[in-house]
Ligand binder design. Structure first.
Ligand code: PLP
Length: 396
């Protein structure tokens, strides 16, 4: 009796990994959970003060559908801070996290039968949303060396049905950071074949030297009329549960998003909107700098431990807060006599043998990868990775 649509998506692989960790914990096993896509930190004081002031001030009613005008103005000021392109509120929609921004984007630019190019490995929600919109994801595999697909391969995947490409830099799960030349190459294809560029930069605040984040519109300003920028405060301000993100796009896309959102969410949570507005108004970047420093420390700590892995290359982890392991060198090995076929087996083995929760690459369209988050506290990271390395090195 359920709609055919329900066959197009399943609970996301990352949620399943979290659920497996919780189930193991419920049985009394001590689990180090490296599966979550969030940083473990209290949120910034300005955010909390803004939320409390809004509650104490009696704020409780619907807001404008795509967000408070003051918040849209404040976001307009930070969309492309590096190049000073100016943005206006009619190009901004505030959404319930980047996930809703992406969902809105899929619903307003895609028709059934359209194709959307998605580099693989990919964040698990991208193809699910494309499918829900009735379109077809077309995957282009990234090279395993740098996790970046070749422009020639993307070009070869373009067909008359291509309506968009989703670019995610810094990338979840691989941590790859795309450079200006690559971005210009993709923007050129979009221009030649007339398709949209969906640019998800949710992890832009966390890029580790010598890599640096290049904005698509810095590399190719002429692509602005076909670009939908997706961003979020979930990662940068440790606000995953508060659900505030945004879409920055041409006014026609935002107008359609507004109409759509008026029939779905009505508006993003009002208290969370005021909280983020208070943060942006305070104009203090200190929190993000602190998180960046903490992640840099965790990344160095983690790489020093992962360096002891046998037959698994050290992940570059240029951006975001994920180590993405290439397991191909160990997939034939047998923990306790059982055959290991893919990353699901390794993830299951690590949970049972080492008490470490990870996310199998199969959640990202890659049966040979494994994602570990280093957004957790340093002592937990050290404990988890030490156990993981010991367990994987024991596989023969
Ligand atoms: N885009 C990417 C690449 C992500 O990794 C995530 C969350 O993990 C999101 C979007 C969604 O973020 P939000 O919590 O703001 O909905």
């Amino acid at each position: 009796m359920l709609a055919h649509r329900t066959t197009l998506f399943a609970t996301s692989g990352t949620s399943k990994a979290r659920a497996a960790a919780k189930a193991a914990e419920a049985k009394g096993t001590e689990i180090v959970d490296l599966s979550a896509g969030e940083i473990w930190s209290p949120s910034p004081p300005a955010v909390r003060a803004g939320a409390i002031a809004a509650i104490e001030g009696g704020v409780n009613r619907y807001t404008e559908t795509v967000g408070l005008n003051a918040l849209r103005d404040a976001i307009a000021d930070i969309v492309t801070p590096q190049n000073g392109l100016s943005w206006t509120a009619d190009e901004i929609a505030v959404t319930a996290g980047a996930k809703q921004a992406l969902f809105n984007a899929a619903m307003v630019i895609l028709d059934p039968g359209d194709e959307v190019i998605i580099p693989q490995p990919y964040w698990t929600t991208f193809p699910a949303q494309v499918a829900i919109a009735g379109a077809a994801p077309v995957f282009v595999a990234a090279s395993t060396a740098n996790h970046i697909p070749r422009i020639e391969d993307i070009s070869a995947a373009v067909t008359p049905a291509t309506r968009a490409i989703i670019i995610n830099t810094p990338n979840n799960p691989t941590g790859a950071v795309y450079d200006g030349e690559w971005l210009r190459g993709v923007a050129g294809l979009a221009e030649d074949h007339d398709f949209w560029l969906v640019f998800d930069e949710c992890y832009r605040e966390f890029v580790h030297e010598p890599a640096s984040h290049t904005h698509l519109l810095d590399a190719a300003p002429e692509a602005r009329r076909r670009t939908l920028i997706v961003n979020s405060f979930s990662k940068s301000l440790a606000l995953t549960g508060w659900r505030i993100g945004y879409l920055a796009a041409p006014p026609a896309v935002i107008a359609a998003t507004k109409a759509l959102q008026s029939h779905t969410a009505s508006n993003p949570n009002v208290i969370a909107q005021h909280a983020v507005l208070a943060y942006l108004t305070a104009g203090d970047n200190g929190f993000i700098q602190e998180q960046e420093a903490r992640l840099r420390h965790n990344r160095a700590l983690g790489q020093a431990i992962l360096d002891d892995l046998r037959d698994v290359p050290l992940p570059a982890a240029q951006g975001g807060f994920y180590f993405y392991l290439d397991l191909r060198g160990i997939l034939e090995r047998k923990p306790g006599g059982g055959a290991v076929a893919d990353a699901d087996d390794i993830a299951g083995h690590l949970l049972a043998d080492a008490g470490v929760a990870t996310v199998s690459g199969s959640a990202f369209g890659d049966p040979a990868g494994l994602r570990l988050s280093y957004g957790v506290p340093a002592d937990m990271l050290e404990r988890g990775l030490t156990r993981l390395v010991r367990s994987l090195n024991r596989l023969e």
